[in-house]
Design a protein around this ligand. Structure first.
Ligand SMILES: *[C@@H]1O[C@H](CO)[C@@H](O)[C@H](O)[C@H]1NC(C)=O
Ligand SMILES: *[C@@H]1O[C@H](CO)[C@@H](O)[C@H](O)[C@H]1NC(C)=O
Ligand SMILES: *[C@@H]1O[C@H](CO)[C@@H](O)[C@H](O)[C@H]1NC(C)=O
Ligand SMILES: *[C@@H]1O[C@H](CO)[C@@H](O)[C@H](O)[C@H]1NC(C)=O
Ligand SMILES: *[C@@H]1O[C@H](CO)[C@@H](O)[C@H](O)[C@H]1NC(C)=O
Ligand SMILES: *[C@@H]1O[C@H](CO)[C@@H](O)[C@H](O)[C@H]1NC(C)=O
Ligand SMILES: *[C@@H]1O[C@H](CO)[C@@H](O)[C@H](O)[C@H]1NC(C)=O
Ligand SMILES: *[C@@H]1O[C@H](CO)[C@@H](O)[C@H](O)[C@H]1NC(C)=O
Ligand SMILES: *[C@@H]1O[C@H](CO)[C@@H](O)[C@H](O)[C@H]1NC(C)=O
Ligand SMILES: *[C@@H]1O[C@H](CO)[C@@H](O)[C@H](O)[C@H]1NC(C)=O
Ligand SMILES: *[C@@H]1O[C@H](CO)[C@@H](O)[C@H](O)[C@H]1NC(C)=O
Ligand SMILES: *[C@@H]1O[C@H](CO)[C@@H](O)[C@H](O)[C@H]1NC(C)=O
Length: 558
């Protein structure tokens, strides 16, 4: 989630203005579409999670990692078979550094010989945040009172492995000393070899997925798999990243900012004199011309030149990102840069604070920092678990893969190119409500990348993306369906958007993310397909409440 700590300073400067107006009344006696309870006579019952009589994965060796599916704190249903714990990052018996994993075999009846890895970003953020709020078998979203079963869990489709990495993150053990992404990938391979040996998953296909700063991790680790030339352990079959940093920060986070704000101005409500000033800055800084000249489809021919990094001077006129962010927080003190439609109040998150200024009620506990949770997951009890660690995971410096030349991310230095060309199965996604790493910023970075013989995408993505309807029997975990975004595919690279998703795309649009995984795994042709989810044999016929979309009923006058 977290990308750069410099955002923090801005957040703490703002205070919410307490309103003294009475609760607003809906004086217009208007009917509004709501989610109606259709069958309310029976309480919601969780469908049985399928269990294999004797699991492929349950052996004497894996027994110490086995997690009691009915013993997860606060989770009042059986999460099924899973394994968690620490494994070393090399097979040297003297190795003491360990990464943490939580592995869920798929609930599919047949064992598929494949593993999908999920990674959150940071650098320094835990992938367990993805499990808990994006794609895990149970989710506990911000502002909700208890975890719920996730009907869109990726474990429905495949064997899922959430990994905390690199050393320094979450429950991992040891002192960080890597300095770049190539070393990170080597550390990761050491761990993954331990994992494959533990469960005996030799030659299984491996897909690597992730978000945000994992826009660096995933391509570098995938490239590390390719370079290892050892498909017994590192059998790369495809990758997927959403809302990723993959290229130049000035392109991804500055140049696209004014057009982004202009597009959303009816939501952001920045005053016109401020807008005039900042439009003038955009011209002075060369962003307006640069955007018009280079953000084109087809892509410009040849490398796109680099603009100065506005953080490298004492003059912040060209720091459009922070200037907009500060101004928007004046208007909406609860503005969420990861999901721009949020307003006050701040919802409480079980994951704790990420940026300074995030809200946490006094006495609140962080889920993975609880002793009972740590015991249940075979973590070292007493670990001070933070969603994003305050330890520098790149030893004493920065990630030199990025710091050496900000403009050369994996999209522009050959790393992502090699992964696309090796797999022809690379999917990049973006939530349109994400302002931290916006859709057009990611596309801009792609327009400066060459793969499979040509540069960039020829056409701006415009084919409608379809997410199937799924019976919504669980009011705690709903997903939109129908046309939810756009997509395109050129030369082995698929790009898609989810209109109503923020930065954490699978959390906001679980149906779109689930369909993405079906495509990555080769179960569905592409995002235009209107066929049902592959795991859905028909409409839900069990007991419990079905939430039906688009039903109109009278709204109460609150
Ligand atoms: C697994 O452990 C059990 C009990 O300790 C033992 O009886 C059995 O032989 C072991 N199985 C293997 C394959 O080592
Ligand atoms: C799993 O946890 C439940 C709830 O705490 C407990 O009743 C049960 O005995 C545990 N099962 C095992 C095998 O430890
Ligand atoms: C990190 O430390 C380990 C030993 O603890 C050493 O083997 C390794 O070479 C170090 N890596 C770097 C990049 O310094
Ligand atoms: C990859 O490994 C195989 C055998 O494992 C070997 O024959 C081949 O030369 C290797 N290729 C490269 C590029 O290292
Ligand atoms: C993204 O780029 C497209 C194509 O130029 C444009 O139509 C759209 O308005 C842009 N969206 C935002 C949010 O800037
Ligand atoms: C575009 O890619 C080239 C490498 O092909 C790189 O040298 C250049 O810095 C990149 N420009 C930007 C703005 O990322
Ligand atoms: C800051 O940079 C802007 C844009 O390049 C420039 O117009 C302005 O004069 C600079 N201000 C100072 C105080 O140097
Ligand atoms: C985790 O719990 C310990 C006490 O067990 C506490 O000192 C620490 O502040 C907690 N960390 C977070 C991130 O809440
Ligand atoms: C990937 O697709 C390109 C066409 O875009 C094709 O030329 C190439 O052979 C394919 N590579 C693999 C490894 O399938
Ligand atoms: C996932 O599996 C559960 C049963 O375990 C099922 O109820 C649900 O419909 C499945 N989700 C999807 C999106 O197919
Ligand atoms: C599910 O129900 C809808 C509406 O009743 C119907 O149109 C659709 O064909 C059903 N789907 C399946 C797979 O049975
Ligand atoms: C619904 O629940 C009742 C009892 O609660 C049970 O008799 C019936 O078989 C259930 N129907 C389905 C489709 O699960």
């Amino acid at each position: 989630m977290k990308l750069l700590s410099l955002f923090s300073t801005l957040l703490c400067a703002t205070t919410a203005v307490a309103g003294n107006s009475p609760h607003k009344r809906n004086v217009f006696n208007k009917a509004k579409p709501v989610l109606e309870r259709r069958v309310a006579n029976e309480p919601f019952r969780h469908p049985e999670i399928q269990k294999r009589a004797s699991s492929f994965f349950a052996t004497n060796k894996t027994a110490p990692f086995s997690v009691n599916g009915t013993g997860i704190p606060e989770v009042n249903f059986d999460v099924g078979e899973s394994y968690a714990g620490l494994l070393p990052i090399s097979d040297d018996p003297a190795e003491t550094r360990k990464l943490f994993f939580w592995f869920f075999p798929s609930t599919q009846a047949k064992v598929q010989e494949e593993v999908v890895i999920w990674l959150n970003g940071g650098p320094g953020c835990s992938s367990l945040s993805g499990l808990l709020t994006e794609n895990g078998p149970f989710t506990w979203e911000s502002g909700t009172v208890a975890p719920v079963q996730n009907p869109y869990s990726w474990t429905n489709l495949t064997n899922m492995l959430w990994i905390e990495q690199p050393i320094g993150v979450g429950y991992t053990q040891g002192t960080p000393n890597i300095t770049n992404e190539v070393e990170l990938a080597a550390e990761f391979r050491g761990f993954y070899k331990s994992f494959v040996d533990l469960f005996g998953l030799y030659n299984w296909k491996t897909y690597i997925t992730g978000e945000s700063y994992a826009g660096y991790y995933v391509p570098y680790i995938a490239d590390g798999f390719i370079q290892a030339n050892d498909t017994k352990y590192f059998n790369l079959a495809g990758i997927s990243i959403n809302d990723p940093i993959i290229g130049d920060e000035t392109v991804q986070q500055q140049v696209v900012m004014l057009p982004y704000v202009e597009f959303w101005q009816n939501l952001l409500y920045l005053n016109e004199s401020f807008m005039e000033t900042i439009r003038a800055h955009d011209k002075e800084c060369g962003y307006t011309d640069y955007y018009n000249k280079y953000f084109t489809f087809p892509a410009p021919q040849g490398p796109i030149p680099v603009l100065p990094d506005p953080y490298n001077s004492e003059n912040y006129t060209c720091d459009q990102f922070d200037n907009f962010y500060a101004a928007i927080l004046q208007v909406n003190p609860c503005f969420n840069i990861y999901h721009i439609t949020e307003t006050c109040p701040h919802p409480f998150s079980q994951l704790g604070i990420v940026n300074t200024g995030d809200y946490q009620p006094p006495g609140a506990q962080v889920y993975f920092n609880r002793t009972d949770v740590q015991e249940a997951l075979h973590a070292v009890v007493g670990t001070n678990w933070m969603q994003c660690t305050d330890v520098n995971v790149f030893g004493n410096g920065n990630d030199s893969s990025r710091a050496s030349d900000a403009s050369v991310g994996p999209a522009n230095n050959g790393v992502l190119q090699r992964v696309i060309e090796y797999t022809n199965n690379t999917i990049v996604g973006s939530g349109d409500l994400d302002m931290l790493l916006s859709t057009n910023g990611t596309l801009f970075a792609i327009q400066n990348m060459t793969w499979n013989g040509a540069q960039g995408l020829n056409e701006y993505p415009s084919t409608l993306l379809y997410a199937p309807d799924h019976p919504e029997y669980n009011g705690g975990a709903l997903a939109g369906s129908g046309y939810q975004g756009v997509w395109t595919k050129e030369r082995g690279l698929t790009f898609y958007t989810a209109r109503l998703a923020g930065h954490e795309l699978p959390g906001y649009t679980p149906g779109v993310a689930y369909r993405m995984l079906e495509i990555l795994l080769g179960r569905v042709e592409d995002f235009s397909s209107t066929e049902s989810f592959t795991t859905q044999s028909g409409n839900y016929t069990g007991n419990g409440t079905i939430y039906k979309r688009g039903v109109v009923e009278m709204e109460n006058l609150l």
